[in-house]
Write a protein that binds this ligand. Sequence first.
Ligand code: GLU
Length: 457
Amino acid sequence: MLAVFFCAIIKLVTIPVPIRVRLAPSPTGFLHIGTAQSAIYNWLFARKNGGTFIVRIEDTDRARSEKQYEDDILAGLKGLGLEWDENIYRQSERTKMYEEQVNKLLDGGKAFWCRHTPEELEAERQAQLAGKDLPRHICVHREDPLQRDGGVIRLHIDSNSTRKIIVDDVIRGKIEFEERLFGDISIARTETNVLFHFANVVDDGEMRISHVIRGEDHLANTPKHILIAEALGFEPPRYAHLPLLLAPDRTKLSKRHGATALKDYVKEFLPEAIFNYLAVLSFTPPADKEKISREELMEVFELEKVHKTGAIFDVKKLEWFNGEYIKKMSDDELLMMIGQKYEKILTMVRERMKTKKDLEEFDFFFETPMIDPEMLTWKKSTLEESRTMLARVKNIIEKDGLENLRSKLDELGAGDRGLVYWPLRVALSGKKASPDPVDIAIILGKEEVIKRIEKAI
Ligand code: GLU
């Protein structure tokens, strides 16, 4: 009998809490790359632990929420291969549930109507600041009989409490907050119109979210969320606050630093490269392996090892990742992406291309380039010398074609190869930097090469 009892206990103790995580974006803007990174970490954590990844659209702020942003967010997540495991949740479709929960708190005396005017609240704030106190609202209306004439609904917090609220963050460790400093927390405008903090906590509780993995900018909200969860009778989830993405000047990445919307990066970069770069920005895989596949990341990802400090988002580094993923593409995949016309120069393109923008570098293969005469002279030589050299090259090609061109040009330029190769490169490509001029000549063919040299001369 006793053994059965202990077995039951052990079973109870060892049943792991199912891992359930969520991305909870507000559809008030296009999917931010920082949010995309949070999505990646949530998704990896779920996949690593056999958990469930949920997407919840937090559209309680109806005035600022737009359908186009929701569409963009979902398309962005799909594009990165971050499939979600349950139907999308939208807070706008869950108002009934929030209403029930608000009423429960009101009926239970945990929440109350506060009718202080904005002016009164501001006067209280100023007085607290003047007394070097932390601004918070300690409401005297709590004891009033229920009144619904305006104001907001607040959760009562004991302003004399000596309790410390401890956020035991998976990434940051324990962080303490004093309960008494929160004042009475506003949770709803009316029973049917709840505020962000309230809807967020109700949802995490109702959805049995086990880990809230979100940006560091929410850390200050977390003790409030714990207080609300306690009032509602929910076991608060574990929290993990991710470091923010930073701009090169180490300030929070924002529009003034360039594009911050994922959609702007998707135009130019491969989803695999974006995924890989964002994943390793704030998490270092074992053995420092930074080029790593999604499957491998699913195996090695550890939430506790996500960095505490923000990482700089560097577009140059993203370009490098993209170039690496382009090198790995098959010929067919690459041609499908950039167009069949690049077939004859595919090796060259693969070697040099980091993003689609780089394809412009190869335009000269398809149209005769404009040539800047200034560019034709090599170092201290003269335009006349370049002209003479090009004429010699042209003679060689007219006579022998492109066969063994390199050794003939080397001979011609013995002493200073630049005297030959420089003007030839400019004549063929119109550029100071290009693939090897002999390689270009072979792809262009004898006739076109002669035409371009003549034009340069
Ligand atoms: N809706 C919040 C935001 O977009 C996210 C809150 C959360 O992840 O808990 O910032």
